[in-house]
Write a protein that binds this ligand. Structure first.
Ligand SMILES: O=C(O)c1cc(=O)[nH]c(=O)n1[C@@H]1O[C@H](COP(=O)(O)O)[C@@H](O)[C@H]1O
Length: 272
């Protein structure tokens, strides 16, 4: 899916919500656990209940690979089930020497047919470039949402005066256009959103960290939006585990509607 098509989806649905399919056997409702494929059954019902209110789904690969071959099978079935027109993100945080990255890219783009994959920039250009496929996206970690993000990402270069995440933003823009490259910017970094947006004015940002991690959707939207929206804001646990009873899908839908309604207001404010 290209940038314009993504923007059209956002406008059509009045939403830039990405739902994280971080599906954990320990957390899904009891009544699903005896089904043949509880992970897929859960995802299927979540997708049915929420797909009208979001523009993207992001399965975090850890939840699937932890289950071995059965987990990969649940992932494949989930990918086949996600309706056409929704953007898909393999949250795999990969990146290795070139020939290995090329195989990771093949896994997620060719085998599973994801639109995008999250990639760690630490190993540099030759580890990222194999993920640059026609009509696919690299989503590069820039400033992440977790407490440890300050360990390395905020280290300032004595040569350039820039922080490491700022170097990532600056240098990687030479590797790919905003039609192929997005950045991960944590919602918990909302106070830096304005300056990050200034450093990457055109790119889409994948913004995880609202909901369970307490990030601020209003600030993210106010400072992060650009002319093509430029935001995919992710929420996983707060939506998919809104209830662990029989009503889990209905409650997930209600949470998704609530986030969508707030997003619709932010879009209206920006484009008025
Ligand atoms: O790349 C990511 O998606 C990601 C980057 C980041 O900085 N922080 C972050 O939480 N994530 C992912 O986003 C999801 C957040 O889930 P919730 O906190 O449950 O909404 C998890 O799958 C994380 O792995």
């Amino acid at each position: 899916m290209d940038r314009e098509a993504l923007f059209q989806q956002i406008k059509k649905k009045n939403s830039y919500l990405c739902i994280g399919l971080d599906t954990d056997l320990e957390k899904i409702p009891q009544h699903l656990r005896s089904t043949a494929d509880p992970i897929f059954e859960f995802n299927k019902q979540i997708i049915d209940a929420t797909h009208e209110y979001c523009v993207a789904y992001k399965p975090n690969i850890a939840f699937y690979e932890a289950l071995g071959p059965k987990g990969w099978e649940s992932l494949q079935k989930t990918m086949d089930y996600i309706p056409k027109g929704l953007f898909t993100i393999a949250d795999a945080k990969r990146g290795d020497i070139g020939n290995t990255s090329a195989l990771y890219a093949r896994t997620f783009f060719e085998y599973f047919n994801f639109d995008s994959v999250t990639v760690a920039p630490y190993m540099g250009e030759d580890s990222v470039k194999p993920f640059l496929y026609k009509d696919k996206w690299v989503i590069l970690l820039a400033h992440t949402s977790n407490p440890g993000s300050s360990d390395f990402q905020l280290i300032e270069s004595v040569v350039t005066g820039r922080k490491l995440y700022e170097e990532v933003l600056l240098k990687s823009q030479r590797w790919a256009t905003p039609d192929q490259l997005m950045y991960v910017v944590g919602a918990t970094q909302a106070e830096k959103m304005e300056s990050i947006r200034a450093q990457a004015p055109e790119h889409f940002f994948l913004v995880p960290g609202i909901g369970a991690q307490g990030g601020d959707l209003k600030m993210v939207s106010q400072y992060g939006m650009n002319a093509q929206c430029g935001l995919l804001v992710n929420s996983a646990r707060a939506i998919i585990y809104a209830s662990n009873g029989q009503d889990f899908a209905q409650r997930a839908r209600q949470e998704a509607v609530n986030v969508r309604d707030e997003m619709a207001r932010h879009l209206q404010d920006y484009y008025k």
